[in-house]
Ligand binder design. Structure first.
Ligand code: ATP
Ligand code: MG
Length: 357
């Protein structure tokens, strides 16, 4: 059973440097209530109004690996006037502070594509969803926010693309078959260049991506997130009004366990979760057409049911997807009649139905 000490240790590991202070979550935790069933209530001193969401995601981070925790509730307290209580750590400067959430000029709807785990097919889903929405007649942009491992330039065959800057010094996305695309990959001198964006630099790179790009008029901007629940997700959620998120998973237990963390993160950040996409859900035998559920069947649906979520699409494993991606052609374009392309088109229809423009 998880103990209070373990919880405090985990809280100590999560720093609050993004706020410009040297404290950890433990420093602002006033009380830890834990019952024998693993239900936790944390009493947190709120150093500044309006950062509750920020602290919640930090808590999700800190406690996400403690599997025995059944539930976590947070009670926030404003600091008491001096003298009445043990004084809380003084937080004199809060760095640049947290700006209010904004919309991107000209963009009607923003959809995030995330997952808890790497390699489950987020980028594939983001690209094909964007292409499928475009085929429905919408104006679509695609932003590769995976600044650690941008793969959209490869999937779209845009490895040699370079971005240009408009007269008013805004970044102009690259256009591919009517899709507007922007990736940090376009700004790197070569594929081998390591991208080590940390702290302030990272924030700057993302906010530049968000607000200094001339997207023109867009119905949908699809954002491909890096895996997990890290700084990029946090930065986007803090800065942007987001219409919805899609969580991608594969049928395996491990991926599903991780996607739960991503879902918890979206919940904490009050980003509406549009539903799940089960990627690599089954394999269709090219000879007999029989479906085999090679990675297991039913677990994603069962979980979705439990959580009251929708499974927006089940995408089959198809060697063509991988091959087409490597050659820079998303499957929705390269093999329009394949089962996979059909599944992505269904996904696009679901999204445009829940988020009409
Ligand atoms: N339905 C599918 N059928 C066959 N191959 C697939 C399918 N979906 C994804 N792939 C392949 O799996 C690999 C990983 O996919 P992708 O890059 O989209 O994952 P990701 O979640 O974005 O990964 P990362 O976490 O590294 O960003 C790629 O080679 C891709 O072509
Ligand atoms: Mg990716």
């Amino acid at each position: 059973m998880v103990t209070k000490e373990e919880i405090l240790k985990a809280l100590e590991k999560e720093d609050l440097k993004d706020l410009g202070v040297d404290y950890t979550l433990r420093d602002i935790t006033k009380e830890v209530e834990l019952d024998e069933k693993g239900n936790l209530v944390l009493h947190i001193l709120l150093p500044k109004k309006g950062i509750e969401d920020f602290l919640k995601i930090k808590l999700t981070h800190a406690l996400g690996d403690l599997e025995e925790l059944n539930s976590v509730k947070v009670k926030f307290y404003s600091p008491q006037p001096a003298g009445e209580q043990k004084p809380m750590p003084q937080i004199p400067t809060l760095g640049p502070g947290l700006p209010p959430k904004r919309k991107i000029a000209g963009v009607k709807r923003i959809v995030l594509v995330g997952s808890g785990k790497g390699g489950v097919g987020k980028s594939t889903v983001a690209v094909n969803l964007a292409v499928a929405l475009k085929k429905e007649g919408f104006k679509v942009g695609l932003l590769d926010a995976d600044i650690y491992g941008p793969s959209i330039p490869t999937i779209l065959g845009l490895k040699n693309a370079v971005v240009t800057v408009s007269d008013d010094q805004r970044i102009l996305p690259v256009e591919k078959n009517g899709l507007k695309v922007l990736s940090i990959g376009f700004m790197l001198p070569s594929e081998e260049t390591p991208v080590i964006w940390r702290g302030a630099l990272l924030m700057k790179a993302i906010s530049q991506f968000l607000f200094e790009v001339d997207w023109g008029e867009l119905d949908y901007l699809v954002i491909d997130l890096p895996p997990g629940t890290g700084d990029v997700q946090l930065t986007l959620a803090q800065n942007l009004v987001i219409d919805g998120a899609i969580a991608v998973t594969t049928p395996q237990d491990v991926a599903l366990a991780d996607v739960k963390k991503a879902i918890a993160m979206f919940e904490e950040l009050s980003i509406p979760l549009l539903g799940l996409v089960e990627n690599m859900a089954f394999f269709v035998c090219p000879k007999c057409g029989e479906k085999s559920f090679i990675f297991g069947q039913g677990r994603v649906e069962e979980y979705a049911k439990q959580k009251g979520l929708k499974v927006l699409a089940q995408i089959p494993v198809e060697p063509q997807v991988s091959l087409a991606s490597d050659e820079g052609k998303p499957v929705v374009e390269a093999f329009e009649d394949s089962e996979t392309a059909k599944a992505f088109k269904k996904l696009a229809k679901e999204i445009s139905a829940v988020l009409p423009v």
